[in-house]
Design a binder for this molecule. Structure first.
Ligand code: ADP
Length: 485
């Protein structure tokens, strides 16, 4: 192919070389704002994954990367963080066009991406093992060692941030990575991989393979020579990849989404709470694992809160990524169909408010108006299932006990928000919530590189971010030494 197609043709990155998929096939990727084709991605399969795992294994066992000490690794990570910072605008443009998110959000995402490399660059030489008290004349050391080759399968919602979130701690600990971004949003991971090459990451330390989940993803999850799998995506695929990895006794972290509650007690500061609550569902058009997708409102203030939310929701506008509307398009026509389907049979009287789609939006884009639903009961499908779109549901509760029961009443347990001025209640409720993160009078969907993040129940297991991620990407070797009488 020549001309236009060449411009759009993307490559895998294996052993420091840019290459096509072994089978020579491609997948199209589209701009969600316009529905137009953006690029051709290698449609890789088990052959490409195998090549990437071999390159990573060689780099880990014998390559230049294996000679790097923690200070050198940290410096390289920090250098990549700086390089990302220097390219924020360019990277944000790519991310916004590829995912449909507003440019200003893509810019914030790039700042967070750079921050992952800054944070783990700084942490690489500060996380070590320990010694244990034991018998007389014995010394016991717990060495913190890298796992080896780590596989990373990520979703399409935050491709750049996920690159930082999952790769930076793995690399900081000295692992070599094989990374498969989602087929619907690969362009920033590819651009970031280019930056990593320029920053000087040695051959085989970072390998990127694009492709369909059922081909490239499945081949990575079931590869016998990976030592660990980091997966973020849907619960169904999470279960599947875990079962595949377990056949080779490979352990995983799984981050599988949520149905996160925002609990508003009657004494809450609503001026502070409501803009944050709205942002927590429209950020990334609701396609955020930790979106605050259920708002639980104490009955005394239910009508007042719903009235204010209705006003605000009716004024929200979805539009093209380059014009910074409140939210952008959904990622694909399939995702739009999924969200539409959730609302298809809803009783119209439960639709409290609908935002708008801008007249500037292309009719070929995948836009969905932000929608406020309620009041619904905790057993309603929209109160239980992750819609992954800009849909906020309102539920009513009478007291603290009922609020906790409803909050914990889904199969998910990712994050929660509590809005109250009562300090004792803040602590009581936070301790009773069954989830991985609790925000009190604030909410950080997707935020905070420093903050350990992960779920309970169907939201998955393992912790990413913060120093906890370094534990996940390393293992302890116990060395027992008898040093004589
Ligand atoms: P979503 O529904 O949000 O697209 P998925 O769980 O389908 O989430 O996808 C998340 C990631 O998992 C993507 O990179 C995708 O390609 C990958 N994936 C999908 N199916 C499989 C599979 N059968 N095996 C391994 N990875 C898969």
């Amino acid at each position: 192919m020549t001309g236009r197609s060449e411009i759009f043709r993307q490559h895998n990155f294996i052993d420091n070389k840019w290459c096509q998929a072994a089978g020579g096939k491609h997948i199209n990727t589209y701009c969600p704002s316009t529905g137009k084709i953006l690029a051709l991605l290698p449609a890789s399969d088990h052959r490409d994954i195998d090549q990437a795992v071999k390159a990573a294994r060689e780099a880990f066992d014998n390559g230049e990367w294996s000679t790097y000490n923690p200070v050198q690794r940290g410096r390289l990570l920090a250098r990549l963080g700086k390089a990302i910072e220097n390219e924020i605008n360019q990277l944000a443009k790519i991310e916004a066009e590829d995912t449909g998110k507003p440019l200003k959000q893509a810019q914030a995402d790039m700042i967070a991406t750079a921050r992952y490399f800054e944070f783990y660059g700084g942490a690489a030489d500060k996380f070590g093992g320990e010694t244990l008290p034991y018998l007389n004349n014995y010394q016991v050391q717990l060495l913190r060692e890298p796992l080896g080759v780590t596989g990373h399968i990520i979703p399409w919602n935050y491709p750049a941030q996920m690159f930082g979130r999952t790769l930076a701690p793995a690399l900081a600990m000295g692992n070599c990575v094989v990374f498969k971004p989602a087929e619907d949003a690969c362009l920033t991971p590819i651009a970031l991989t280019k930056l990593s090459q320029e920053a000087g990451f040695p051959a085989g330390s970072i390998n990127l393979v694009t492709g369909l989940g059922e081909e490239a993803g499945a081949a990575l999850a079931s590869h016998p020579d990976i030592n660990f799998l980091s997966f973020t995506g849907s619960p169904e695929i999470g279960s599947f990849v875990q079962s595949q990895a377990s056949k080779n006794h490979v352990s995983c972290t799984l981050e599988l989404g949520g149905k996160s509650p925002q609990i508003i007690f009657s004494d809450a500061n609503l001026d502070m709470a409501l803009p944050i609550i709205i942002n927590a569902i429209i950020q990334n058009a609701g396609q955020t694992c930790s979106a605050g997708s259920r708002v639980l409102i104490q009955e005394e203030i239910f009508d007042k809160v719903v009235g204010e939310l209705q006003n605000k929701f009716s004024n929200l506008i979805a539009g093209p990524h380059d014009q910074n509307f409140d939210l952008g398009a959904l990622i694909t026509s399939k995702q739009k169909a999924r969200v539409t389907n959730y609302l298809k049979n809803i009783d119209e009287s439960l639709v409290l408010a609908r935002g708008k789609v801008s007249p500037l939006a292309s009719s070929d884009g995948y836009y969905f108006p932000p929608t406020l639903i309620g009041p619904i009961n905790a057993d309603h499908i929209l109160a239980r299932e992750e819609v992954f779109g800009p849909v906020l549901v309102c539920l009513k509760f009478s007291d603290e006990t009922e609020a906790i029961k409803i909050a914990n009443g889904t199969r998910y347990g990712l994050i929660s928000g509590i809005w109250t001025r009562d300090g004792s209640r803040q602590t009581r409720v936070a301790r009773k919530l069954n989830c991985g993160q609790v925000f009190i009078n604030c909410y950080g969907a997707g935020g905070g590189v420093e903050l350990p993040f992960g779920g309970t129940k169907m939201s998955g297991h393992g912790r990413e971010k913060g120093m906890e991620a370094l534990k996940e990407f390393s293992q302890v070797k116990t060395v027992v030494q008898y040093y004589g009488d």
